[in-house]
Design a protein around this ligand. Sequence first.
Ligand SMILES: Cc1cc2nc3c(=O)[nH]c(=O)nc-3n(C[C@H](O)[C@H](O)[C@H](O)COP(=O)(O)OP(=O)(O)OC[C@H]3O[C@@H](n4cnc5c(N)ncnc54)[C@H](O)[C@@H]3O)c2cc1C
Length: 440
Amino acid sequence: MASPRVASLWAATAREAASYPALEYDLDVDIAVVGGGIHGLAAALTAAEAGRRVAVLEAFAIGHGASGRNGGLVVPSLPRVGPDEVIRAFGQERGDAFIRVVLDAPNEVFGLVRRLGIDCGARQSGWLNPAHAPSLVASLERRLAAWRRFGSPATLLSAAETRRRIGSARFHGAIADPSGGHLNPLSYTRGLARAVAQAGAPIHEGSPVCRIERRGERWRLTTHAGSVTAARVLQASNAQGPGVQGDPGASGTVPLVVYELATPVLTGEQRETILPGGEAMSDTRNNLFACCVEEGGRLVTGGMAPLTQFGAARWLPVLLARRLGRIFPLLAPARFDFVWSGRASLTPDFLPRLFEPAPGWIVPITCNGRGVALSTALGARVGRWLATDGAAELPLPRSAPHPIPLHPIAARIPQWLLPLGMLADAQAERRTPRGGAGTP
Ligand SMILES: Cc1cc2nc3c(=O)[nH]c(=O)nc-3n(C[C@H](O)[C@H](O)[C@H](O)COP(=O)(O)OP(=O)(O)OC[C@H]3O[C@@H](n4cnc5c(N)ncnc54)[C@H](O)[C@@H]3O)c2cc1C
């Protein structure tokens, strides 16, 4: 296979481009937002539209982090955990509120795209969560029942219907949720930034915040060439970028490098067979298989590498092309035109957190590899909370940062465990009875 370009499809095709000047003076605002990703921008937009003075500081360019690099899937669910775990972690009342936020998050994304007229190829064509082995259908049923208790519109598809909707014989039933979909995440993030600027909030790119410190009743954020003084700070800096000195969020999360890849534009026959309804999908594998066919007709999929060293961008596409060819024989021998990577942040229980290292300084962790919808919805609520000086309800408790014990070692565990997860995936698939994988 010829090596794909180590470049992002989104960077090559995104619209809504604009640039914002670096901060070269001292600013005084109500709310300072660190990070020009979906979370920071959704919060900034809500607070600026509520009439508060907001400034956004981005170390590099808007969408430089996970928001501009992700797979573009808009998912009405949480990774690995369900409503029961949410309620155990956050309590009945907050848990209830948070689950409803998760379920409604895709509607908020697509609603925002329409309201702001963001040109990002957004398609609310549904999300499929198929079982990669027959033994996993029962757990999908339990998962679906738990989400439906909270009003999820999802249904369970038969094996035959799953194969038809995905265009692959390798799946055995699926949760289908019509509220999900996909978009070009870099165009979406840039569109949010455009709306923030139109709402009157200055955005400064190329302005890494080096320090956040208390100055009397206010906070002072320092960049190389300027500063912002604010009553409240939202540090939505996630895992990509320089972070902030003494970053209180960093020791409470595990960074994870994730690769994304895009095939050449599919042929007519491939498009009619593979996800013909345009859904986004992510399956039940530990080594997740997720994909969608983006607006330009390329299939975008992702994967993790057990080792990110040794030029993973060159050898991982070979492994992922084999997997893609097995799942979609019409694509075999599969190849990719683009490969790129981004850094996600995980919490140990895969649930988001709102860390509050000191009153008025919020560090949200909403990533867990599933944050396009959730960062939009939570960002908006955090923005409302900031804009109302803490009067609005938050669907998550605010807590002191919880440092993960033995963080330097813990930070490597997801990557080390990946081979075991892949082995379990292969074993589950091998237990598929003969004839269990029929024609799509
Ligand atoms: C490869 C990959 C694929 C993914 N696929 C999906 C998917 O398909 N669907 C889904 O729902 N989720 C997906 N996710 C997760 C999703 O992208 C994230 O949850 C979401 O984008 C997080 O948004 P954010 O605003 O919190 O962080 P980010 O987008 O990472 O933004 C943080 C920003 O802060 C900036 N920054 C850092 N330090 C500083 C500083 N000191 N000063 C100023 N700025 C700073 C960074 O440059 C960055 O732009 C994926 C993540 C990755 C990495």
